[in-house]
Design a protein around this ligand. Structure first.
Ligand code: SF4
Length: 403
């Protein structure tokens, strides 16, 4: 579980930006449209992949294989299976696909989309992540979801039929939710899960419908003490069931972790395609650390598609990531993981060990306080540290890092 990312491979993230409706808590790049031209999107995604390969090959991407593909959104289960297959085939034509590459797709559990599951499996998808969000009818209504609990259960059963590996998401710390009620819902979830669950606390993000409603006092979230109790109850129940947290919100049986998401948290390389998609690529410029680029695609779907039709690659930002930012990103992502950050990764990203690049006094304070642990090989946030990771990071990330 704790090997650093293989520098000879990278992941590909494909963003499908459309949803049937906008959920009130959602701040993802998702849009509701009456009609979507699948052929135009197939052309756009194919062209963006092909042009990004040409662009980054010229800058030293090298002959690397693709270790994982992730279709995220939006609602990728609105994509016709034929389109999903075409994107997978294009990626496999442009780069070698590593043996056993993980190919994941996010799905919503409505019946119409669940019917596509067999088609996705035939197209090459080998892992499904289902946006269940709640197993209680009233909670689904509050969250603005269009499925009911029975539909969610049917979609999970269908996923189990077609995929050896699947996961589903739940959102907790909802208004009025007691620890006992959440534990009962979690037990139902554990009866349905095979090896992976993503369990997110409800947060209120600016720009969402919930943001205004919460500000108006339409509902209240659990206070910090109750939120802490809900988190602790989650950890206890999932650990006892053999699915400990391998990341703040993600639980898996050993070996069932999401390999694509591990790539992000281990600060590996990934190419992003589709509106608003981000990428991180380390290019070989002959220096020990290489040249890291952050990419971001045009966010608005129609503008992205028009750029592709005009012969562009859809990227609006391609910026070098300086060494101080590499230190910050590696630390922020890696400390989310129970395994922590291998010290060798600090050397590869910054040329320095963490005690020579992070704030030494802050590091000592956090270790003495029981929020961080450092061994000969890893820097790790403890369970207490992961629960308050943002505060921890402010203590150890220096303002000035040697470049
Ligand atoms: S289905 Fe997912 S991406 Fe779409 S609006 Fe709801 S939460 Fe956002």
């Amino acid at each position: 579980m704790s090997l650093p990312p293989d520098p000879r491979s990278f992941g590909v993230y494909v963003h499908w930006p459309f949803c049937r409706s906008k959920c009130p808590y959602c701040d993802f790049n998702s849009h509701v449209r009456d009609k979507i031209e699948a052929d135009a999107w197939e052309h756009g995604l194919t062209a963006s992949l092909t042009r990004q390969k040409a662009r980054f090959d010229a800058e030293g991407l090298g002959n690397r294989s693709v270790s994982s593909i992730f279709f995220g959104g939006g609602t990728p289960s609105l994509m016709p299976p034929r389109l999903v297959g075409s994107v997978i085939d294009t990626i496999a034509r442009l780069w070698p696909l590593a043996a056993g590459a993980e190919i994941s797709l996010e799905a919503n559990p409505t019946s119409a989309e669940a019917e596509n599951f067999a088609g996705y499996a035939s197209a090459g998808v080998n892992r499904l992540s289902i946006g269940v969000q709640a197993l209680e009818k009233n909670a689904l209504g509050f969250l603005g979801r269009t499925h009911d609990p029975d539909e969610a259960r049917r979609a999970i059963a269908l996923a189990a039929k077609h995929f050896q590996r699947f996961s589903f998401d739940l959102i907790y710390a909802r208004p009025g939710q007691s620890v006992a009620a959440w534990e009962a819902e979690l037990r139902q979830a554990l009866d349905l899960a095979v090896g992976h669950l993503s369990l997110y606390q409800l947060t209120i993000e600016p720009g969402t419908a919930f943001y205004g409603a919460h500000a108006r006092g339409d509902f209240a979230l659990p206070d910090d003490a109750l939120a802490g109790d809900l988190y602790e109850a989650t950890q206890a129940l999932l650990t006892a069931a053999g699915l400990p947290a391998y990341e703040i919100s993600n639980h898996a049986k050993p070996g069932q972790e999401s390999r694509h998401n591990l790539l992000y948290w281990r600060y590996g390389d990934y190419l992003g395609v589709g509106p608003g998609a981000h990428g991180r690529l380390t290019l070989d410029d002959g220096t020990p650390l290489g040249h890291k680029l952050a990419t971001r695609a045009q966010k608005v779907p129609e503008t992205w598609l028009a750029a592709l039709e005009a012969g562009e690659d859809g990227l609006t930002e391609v910026d070098p990531v300086a060494v101080p930012d590499r230190l910050t990103e590696l630390t922020m992502m890696g400390l989310r993981l129970a395994e922590g950050v291998p010290l060798a990764r600090y050397l590869r990203e910054t040329g320095l060990r963490p005690d020579a690049s992070l704030d030494a006094a802050g590091l000592s304070r956090m270790i003495e306080g029981g929020f961080l642990a450092q061994t000969d090989t890893h820097l790790t946030a403890t369970a207490a540290g992961r629960q308050r990771l943002n505060a921890l990071l402010t203590q150890i990330l220096p303002e000035d890092v040697p470049a």
